[in-house]
Write a protein that binds this ligand. Structure first.
Ligand SMILES: [Zn+2]
Length: 323
């Protein structure tokens, strides 16, 4: 090696090392270096994620973690392009969540509770789940591998790539569900949702059961003797989901009623007879990518990047290294 190359190379090594340390120090992904890795070959860098699973914290390679997430979040029988879109969404979600400490588990980037972060199957659980369907596991791993290190970005930043099982036929605006307005989480038409076994559901409640469930919440309602007068002031979002409704004069958000009554979605209608019947459309919060909608697009020949760009408005795909 010529002498003139040594100083710039040394500078690069030092700067690279410092940057890596700073990155880890801020709780972003760690990096692992294989035996053949050198600072001049960043393509061999492997990202790691710290996971809280069953009360224990463990650090594992990001892509290996994603095998367990995609397998936990989407059926292996879904189309390849839908699984690839799911892999990118899950990877992006993880990168986004890892950029700052999680207030509920600051010791870990993510946890394995689907209600809090994302579902995750351990290698042993994967083996058990797919013991009679090894091709299914291969299908999932290939979808993760085929999109390795790819994430969705908006204005160069990893997006909050939330997703859900089934929409009502339109996805929801993030602001209507959580209050925060994100330009890439806006309502879009989503076809093919009726293929989902959870597209519609009707739940029946006796009047007593209904009033008890409502009063399990923080605010109490004094229900009158005439259930026909209980509901008033319906306000709906542009998607047709319930924004708010009053129960005997007490206003409730659609999202509150979904939680209190255990409804699949906020897109619901009510029929009152000798009981209350609530029929929902869709399954989940309805924001971001619909998994059944993604599968429908894949069946129609759309590719994973087209699927992602449909459900996350204005995004681009990028390598993790570039953000
Ligand atoms: Zn969590």
């Amino acid at each position: 090696m010529k002498k003139s190359y040594i100083l710039p190379l040394l500078c690069f090594v030092v700067i690279y090392g410092v940057l890596s340390t700073v990155t880890i120090g801020f709780g972003f992904f760690g990096t692992e270096y294989g035996a053949k890795t050198t600072p001049g070959q960043p393509e061999t860098k492997r990202y790691t994620v710290t996971l809280l699973h069953e009360g224990k914290t463990q650090t594992l390679p990001l892509e290996e973690y994603l095998y367990g997430v995609v397998a936990g979040e989407m059926p292996a029988s879904f189309e390849t392009e839908a699984l690839k879109a799911q892999a990118v969404a899950a990877r992006t979600y993880t990168v986004n969540r890892s950029r700052y400490p999680n207030k509920d588990h600051p010791e870990a980037n993510v946890c394995s509770q689907s209600s809090h972060c994302k579902a995750y199957l351990t290698p042993a659980e994967l083996e058990e789940k797919f013991q009679n369907n090894p091709d299914g596991l291969q299908h999932i791993k290939q979808a993760v591998d085929a999109t390795k290190n790819q994430i969705a970005v908006y204005n160069g930043e990893p997006i909050s790539a939330v997703f859900h099982s089934t929409s009502s036929g339109m996805t929801e605006n993030a602001r209507d569900v959580w209050g925060g307005d994100l330009p890439y989480l806006v309502s879009v038409v989503s076809e093919g949702e009726s293929a989902s076994p959870r597209y519609t559901e009707t739940k029946a409640f006796s009047f007593e059961e209904f009033s008890q469930k409502i009063n399990n919440g923080e605010r109490k309602v004094t229900f009158s003797d005439n259930p026909q007068t209980w509901f008033s002031g319906w306000e709906k979002n542009e998607t047709g989901s319930v924004k708010s409704v009053s129960l005997c004069g007490v206003p409730f958000k659609g999202t509150e009623l979904r939680t209190l009554l255990g409804l699949r979605s906020t897109h619901f209608e009510i029929t009152i007879s000798d009981h209350i019947a609530i029929t929902t459309k869709g399954n989940g919060h309805g924001v971001g990518m619909s998994q059944y909608g993604a599968n429908d697009m894949a069946k129609k020949g759309y590719t994973y990047d087209q699927i992602l760009k449909k459900y996350y408005t204005g995004i681009e795909l990028s390598a993790i290294d570039d953000v």
